[in-house]
Design a protein around this ligand. Structure first.
Ligand SMILES: NC(=O)c1ccc[n+]([C@@H]2O[C@H](COP(=O)([O-])OP(=O)(O)OC[C@H]3O[C@@H](n4cnc5c(N)ncnc54)[C@H](OP(=O)(O)O)[C@@H]3O)[C@@H](O)[C@H]2O)c1
Length: 292
């Protein structure tokens, strides 16, 4: 049996869609079962509650062969440690207690990054907690998601601009959540693997924010430009959205590390290269959202 966390999330719902027709028994953990489409609800077992809760994971991991593990973003957390490691501690205990065989983890590039990389460092600490249980795991390590651009639909639509702290000309990897979900599903359905390894998911190419602006302009048929903003502007933006000081600082620290080359900390290989290009993603995901 496969257990899927965050079945209503950007990655999680696509993982579920990829594994549901496989013939494997699927159990999902959801805070609100009514958010799962009715057609899917009938085909899975649902444990209601948060996967950060000990009672919930103990129930959900009973009889599980393989788990899809994703820590939800939590702007309200009092520390990064609490957001990633604290949230995952009950699951680590339940993995041991129920002798779970395999876990596929959503994480980020940065395992050996020498400095503080904010959210990424916390995510790596979470990986290590789960690995310390001795379970076999595949840790999916990602750069930034193309899907983050969906948060900027309004400025793209109204101002013809999008904003970020990246250097405009720095070429970096970006991946689409659909590719992350496809890679996760492949490992979840494969019963043959053991051991603990990182699996980079890097998208098809390295591109700059100015390249993205050109692609957005082509796809939307109107000029779109990228505007670099300061780390302080980023901090006030995140704080304005209700983030605690610790979570706002974590975002700033991560973006500083990204500008120092964090997302190049793993080499691109054919195995780590995934198919969806930014142009394809914009045509199929961003353009409908902007035109809506
Ligand atoms: N964005 C990036 O560039 C990037 C890069 C590398 C790694 N990551 C990692 O990717 C993950 C985010 O994945 P995503 O984009 O798929 O997330 P997402 O779309 O924001 O989905 C969050 C999911 O978590 C659930 N959730 C929220 N709060 C919860 C709580 N307190 N307890 C239980 N469930 C809760 C939500 O369910 P409800 O329906 O109940 O709200 C939803 O299913 C994070 O771990 C992040 O560190 C992100």
């Amino acid at each position: 049996m496969i257990v899927i966390t965050t079945p209503t999330g950007a990655i999680g719902h696509q993982v579920l869609a990829n594994v549901i027709g496989s013939g494997e028994k699927i159990r999902v953990i959801a805070r609100d079962a009514s958010k799962i489409p009715g057609s899917i609800r009938q085909r899975v077992e649902i444990i209601e509650g948060s996967h950060g809760d000990a009672d919930v994971v103990n129930k959900a991991f009973d009889g599980a062969d393989c788990i899809f593990w994703l820590v939800p973003p939590d702007f309200q957390a009092t520390s990064l440690e609490q957001a990633y490691v604290g949230f995952s501690r009950p699951a680590a205990e339940a993995i041991k207690q129920h002798s779970v065989k395999r876990v596929v983890i959503v994480s980020a590039i940065g395992r050996d990054w020498p400095g503080n990389a904010g959210y990424v460092s916390a995510s790596v600490a979470m990986d290590k907690l789960i690995e310390s249980t001795g379970v076999s795991c595949r840790v999916l390590t990602m750069p930034g998601f193309m899907d983050n651009t969906l948060r900027q639909v309004q400025p793209i639509k109204n101002q013809g601009m999008f904003f970020g702290t990246r250097d405009p000309e720095s070429k970096d990897p970006y991946c689409a959540t659909r590719d992350i979900a496809a890679v996760a599903a492949k490992w979840l359905l494969d019963r043959s693997w053991t051991g603990q390894e990182d699996v980079p998911v890097l998208g098809p190419e390295d591109i700059s924010c100015n390249d993205m602006a050109q692609i957005l302009s082509d796809v939307l048929g109107k000029p779109v430009r990228y505007q670099q903003i300061s780390f302080e502007a980023l901090r006030s933006q995140i704080s304005g959205q209700g983030a605690t000081d610790a979570m706002a600082q974590g975002m700033v620290d991560m973006m500083i590390a990204k500008n120092k080359g964090l997302d190049h900390a793993v080499a691109r290989t054919p195995e780590g290269t995934t198919p969806t290009s930014f142009r394809q993603w914009c045509e199929e995901e961003l353009k409908p959202a902007v035109l809506n």
